[in-house]
Ligand binder design. Structure first.
Ligand SMILES: [Mg+2]
Length: 235
């Protein structure tokens, strides 16, 4: 049988028990910080939350976050194409002014990671500067030399960028991109969202706390981070 597509090999259900177990083991704190990178929208940034809030509050579109069960939301929600385009443009150009917030726990884990070395964020956004400003604002205090951000403009371009940086694990919310990554030997980690609930064969995480547990922290940094967190809580 000729295997044409990656999906033919790893379609859900085709995984043996042993393979599933092997995948599960990746969870247990053995991903090197150097080999891990992150998508931004839907992983670090709670972007779609603002999309939904803006649609509801400013354009009177009745939509709930959980309604976005497809990455291409136009397939599942009833929204005028011009309105959608308008909101997306504002989200791309003015992420700070639009009030996009980081997803819970993201900032804390990225701060810890910066203690291990440079962190890499790779987005398919077409422009880099607006989202870079947003990231700097939310990672205030982290040396900006440690924050690397690549804006590829297309989903496909993420793959060569990740390979160039020696990345082996990428946290992503768009399933189609996960299949692309897997064909290039970059292991996708699906950050769960309403739009990626279809069956898939990849590792999944529900929160940044789960990501934190998958990382092979060098003892000193992690301990330092935990101590700092504890002292911040006290003050
Ligand atoms: Mg994304």
């Amino acid at each position: 049988m000729k295997i044409e597509r990656f999906e033919d090999i790893v379609r859900p259900g085709n995984l043996s028990r042993c393979e599933e177990k092997k995948r599960g083991q990746e969870r247990v704190g053995n991903i090197s910080p150097r080999e891990l990178a992150f998508d931004i929208d839907g992983v670090l940034a709670d972007t779609f939350r603002v999309f939904v809030e803006t649609a509801r509050n400013q354009y009177h579109v009745q939509v709930a976050y959980e309604d976005i069960t497809e990455y291409d939301f136009r397939k599942v929600i009833d929204i005028d194409i011009e309105i959608a385009r308008d909101i997306i443009e504002r989200i791309l150009d003015h992420p700070i002014q639009m009030g996009i917030r980081p997803i819970e726990g993201a900032v804390e884990v990225l701060r810890l990671l910066a203690g291990e070395g440079p962190i890499l964020l790779v987005t398919a956004r077409p422009g880099r500067s607006a989202i870079y400003e947003w990231v700097l604002q939310h990672l205030q205090g982290v040396d900006s030399n440690l924050i690397r951000l690549e804006a590829t403009g297309t989903h496909e371009e993420k793959v060569p960028i990740l390979l160039k940086h020696g990345i082996r694990y990428f946290v992503e919310d768009r399933l189609d991109t996960c299949y692309l990554l897997a064909t290039a030997q970059v292991t996708p980690i699906v950050f769960e969202q309403p739009w990626n609930q279809k069956p898939h064969p990849f590792i999944r995480v529900r929160s940044w706390a789960e990501i934190e547990q998958m990382i092979a922290w060098s003892g000193s940094t992690y301990a330092k981070g935990c101590l700092r967190d504890a002292s911040q809580k006290k003050s």
